[in-house]
Design a protein around this ligand. Structure first.
Ligand code: SF4
Length: 72
């Protein structure tokens, strides 16, 4: 699974970094960034907790292009 942060929604509250410090960091712009391309299995639970816990739902799952084609 891949995740991304919608910076238009992110408040920079740091909660995602607190819950999953190996997945999210707060960048120089003060907003969250995803540090890993593919979320490793062992970090998935923390990453999902962070995604679900984000107050503005700024953390989104990246939909792969091939999945988009399948859905079309
Ligand atoms: Fe941004 Fe959400 Fe992370 Fe807070 S929890 S820093 S709003 S992505």
């Amino acid at each position: 699974m891949k995740l991304c942060v919608n910076k238009d929604l992110c408040l920079g509250c740091g909660q995602c970094h607190a819950l999953a410090p190996q997945v999210f960091e707060i960048g120089e712009d003060g907003l969250a960034e995803v540090m890993v391309d593919e979320i490793p299995e062992e970090l998935l639970e923390d990453a999902m907790d962070a995604k679900d816990g984000c107050p503005t739902s700024a953390i989104e799952e990246t939909v792969e292009e091939e999945n988009l084609e399948e859905a079309a």
